[in-house]
Design a protein around this ligand. Sequence first.
Ligand code: UT7
Length: 309
Amino acid sequence: MGTRIAGTGIYVPKTVLTNFDLESMVDTSDEWITTRTGIKERRIAKEESVLEMAVEASRNAIEEANISPQDIDAVIVATLTPEKRFPSTGCLLQAELGMDKGFAFDVSAACSGFVYSLDLADSLLKSGKAEMVLIVGVEKLSEIVDWEDRSTCVLFGDGAGAVVVKLSEEDSDLLASSLRSDGSLWDLLYAEKCGYIKMKGRELFKVAVRNMEEVCKEVINRAGVRPEDIDLVIPHQANVRIINSLAERLGIPGERFFINIDRYGNTSAASIPIALHEAIKEGKLKRGDLVLFTAMGGGLTWGAVLMRF
Ligand code: UT7
């Protein structure tokens, strides 16, 4: 039995904030943001709460997986912007979905939250502790962005992506994974309680490329495949220049990297599940393909997961 992605769903807020809108808010330009990051616009949750976005994305994924919420044994929500301090957004989501069994919790691994959660879900499935897991990456970063700081406010966006994973006899599986963290580098990217996002961008850029390269190579080797066998890489969407450098270092052509940062910016834990959903819808990821997920974020945390989709 292997771990299979049975359904995906997303919710992106209605309000679009373009680079041109930002030009009237801080001393920046569409040209700077586009060339330095690849971002053209991002979504801002003006009316939507974190929980509402998580519920919408989850309902879509559950419908696509052709299951009922009652079939789910575990709910994992990856977020750094939870609905409340406690209980977990996972528990609130469980209630909203009308589930009266199983267990729910949040994962705090910043931008690596989805990769951490996917690996964790695989462990729950393969240890017999769950048969069906709902994973949600959801963020409302607009709440913790300093809208007067041009070095960070142009980067982030809001949204949610959900994935249902289950054990299956079909030819799908999680083939290899590597999760890492280094708490000594926490101050490269963080927010104090009730504070804004603080980031040492230039240092983070170098570490991001190096760390993701390392874990990607590790999972590729461990799975006994070659870089050229990878059909699609779905990286965390933090900066298109980070993605391009990673492609070069891994020797995987840039066309095999899924990129949607131009439309959403960096949505932290939501970025990979949103990209995964869009890649499937656009026909870029098909059953049987080898797909590599990789992320790096505050913690520092980073990781990679290689799956047969
Ligand atoms: O999701 C978690 C992981 N996140 C990351 O890994 C983010 C990694 N870092 C990055 O993506 C990039 O470092 C940034 C996009 C954050 C910044 O790009 P950069 O090319 O590293 O720019 P920089 O910080 O070196 O700044 C270059 C110049 C500075 O001006 P001076 O000192 O050269 O005069 C900044 O003040 O660009 C200036 N600048 C801006 N100018 C216009 C910084 N932000 C802006 C802005 N508009 N929004």
